[in-house]
Design a protein around this ligand. Structure first.
Ligand code: AMP
Ligand code: ZN
Length: 471
């Protein structure tokens, strides 16, 4: 079965199959490395990761490129504020980003190119655009793309009904740059005093590339002039992706990307989670509050990528419970499975979960189906239906693992047998929890000490506690 996915350009759900019959080549706009990525950014990166995993678990190879935006107004400004060289500054945030990706179990892209290390490729593209008269140089030594020279401009974002001549065209506050038409966007920005030491030589004098050209240069370098899919958050549809199409197709005359995959935003109280609004949470903010990366990943998968997802601590609490249920289920079968010899069987009874993923990456539906199966199979387990049933155990275990792989979820299987807690200890712990809920701290502390004296330690979660031996 082939993945069907909504395409922003055609507004249709379309099959994604490799153009070259071998591997799906795709490009994801990467992070701007001037601070920690927030979990809104990670909604986009996690969905791209699930896209890749679903392709791969259905037997199709991928080639995944995700860039690092390491030169723009923000990276330059912040590095100057910190008094660190741009490349040293962005290296710090790149390392942090990669570490967060690992925590979230994101697959490493096959290529992770940096914009700063691809200046010659960007200059090369700009030269070709000038040769074809699709771009022009201004007096100050900047170069602009001539939007009216690309008849298709605005197809992706349906600009036809809108006024193109808007300063929205610029992501950065670069309106001081001189240009023929307000819709034209910068390919090369002439050196300015405030850029400090961050400039490069070019045929138009010293300066630095614009943001949009970096993605065209790096995607075409690693994926070819035409490739399968391009992705980012919905905020990138206009102007970034619109501009990428215009400049790339003006150079090559070929379709740039065959499929456009955009992920709706993670919101906080009705507003986009963003660095500029300051309403963001990072993985480390949430770790400080006791939430694990896998729980965050689960939360990010719980909404359909075409709809905005509202972030709340209640939904994070629900994600925490969901992961704990999956852990219990995995532990049950892992224990029996270890005694069986492996038999590769993809999805097995979990096929319905994969089907939901293949149908427009419907992660909430797929998770719903996963939990329905987990419930049914747990009931069957409790009725003793798996006793001595080797092949049934293998097929459930492997099917379940394939689902986890497709979602990219890792559950830590409990190795030890559950500890038997004596009923008087359980009762004391329950009383102490009640006292805590009622904010009766003195009683809660006294009961905690009492339990400790008897050799039991309480670990508090948000909604429940766990007891373990104190030694
Ligand atoms: P940036 O670091 O701002 O360049 O963004 C990196 C990626 O995160 C881009 O694909 C953005 O579209 C995406 N993004 C930014 N904010 C959000 C959000 N609140 N929800 C989902 N994706 C986002
Ligand atoms: Zn980009």
């Amino acid at each position: 079965m082939v993945l069907k996915l909504y395409d922003t350009l055609t507004r249709k759900v379309q099959d994604v199959s490799p153009m070259d019959g071998e591997s799906v080549r795709f490009y994801a706009c990467g992070p701007t490395v001037y601070g920690p990525a927030h979990i809104g950014n990670f909604r986009t990166f996690v969905m791209q990761d699930v896209f890749r995993r679903v392709m791969e678990t259905s037997g199709i190879k991928t080639f995944h490129v995700r860039n690092l935006t390491d030169v723009d107004d923000k990276t330059i400004r912040r590095s100057q504020e910190e008094g660190i060289r741009l490349q040293d500054f962005t290296a710090i945030w790149t390392a942090r980003f990669q570490n967060d990706c690992e925590l979230l179990n994101l697959m490493i892209p096959h290529k992770e190119p940096s914009a700063v290390r691809h200046i010659p490729e960007q200059i090369g593209l700009i030269e070709r655009l000038i040769e074809k008269d699709k771009a022009y140089q201004t007096k100050d030594g900047s170069v602009y793309f001539r939007v009216e020279a690309f008849a298709e401009y605005g197809r992706l974002s349906r600009l036809a009904d809108r006024e193109i001549t808007t300063s929205e065209t610029f992501r950065e506050s670069s309106d001081e740059y001189d240009r023929d038409s307000a819709a034209d966007f910068a390919l090369w920005k002439a050196r300015k005093i405030e850029d400090g030491e961050n400039f490069w030589d070019s045929p138009w004098g010293q300066g630095r590339p614009g943001w949009h050209i970096e993605c065209s240069a790096m995607s075409m370098k690693y994926l070819g002039e035409s490739f399968d899919l391009h992705s980012g958050g919905v905020d990138l549809i206009f102007p970034h992706h619109e501009n990428e199409i215009a400049q790339s197709e003006s150079v090559t005359g070929k379709t740039f990307a065959h499929h456009w995959f955009h992920i709706a935003h993670l919101m906080v109280e009705g507003q986009k989670m963003s660095k500029s609004l300051g309403n963001l949470y990072t993985l480390s903010d949430l770790a400080d509050r006791g939430y694990q990366p896998q729980e965050i990943r689960y939360l990010l998968l719980s909404g359909n990528f075409r709809q905005p997802l509202n972030f709340t601590f209640d939904s994070l609490g629900a994600a925490q419970k969901a992961i704990s249920k999956l852990t219990d289920f995995a532990s049950k079968f892992e224990f029996e499975y270890a005694a069986c010899s492996p038999l590769k069987c993809k999805f097995g009874p979990f096929y319905a979960v994969q089907e939901a993923l293949l149908e427009d990456l419907n992660t909430p539906e797929a998770l719903g189906r996963l939990f329905r199966l987990v419930r049914e199979l747990t009931d069957a387990w409790n009725r003793g239906e798996f006793k001595g049933q080797r092949s049934k155990i293998i097929s459930v275990h492997e099917g379940f693992q394939s689902c986890l792989d497709a979602f990219g979820l890792i559950v830590q299987v409990k190795k030890e047998e559950p500890i038997e807690v004596p009923s008087d200890i359980q009762e004391l712990a329950q009383k102490r929890w009640q006292a805590k809920v009622e904010k009766n701290w003195a009683v809660a502390d006294q009961l905690r000490d009492e339990l400790l004296k008897q050799g039991w330690l309480i670990k508090d979660g948000k909604q429940a506690f766990e007891l373990c031996k104190s030694d």
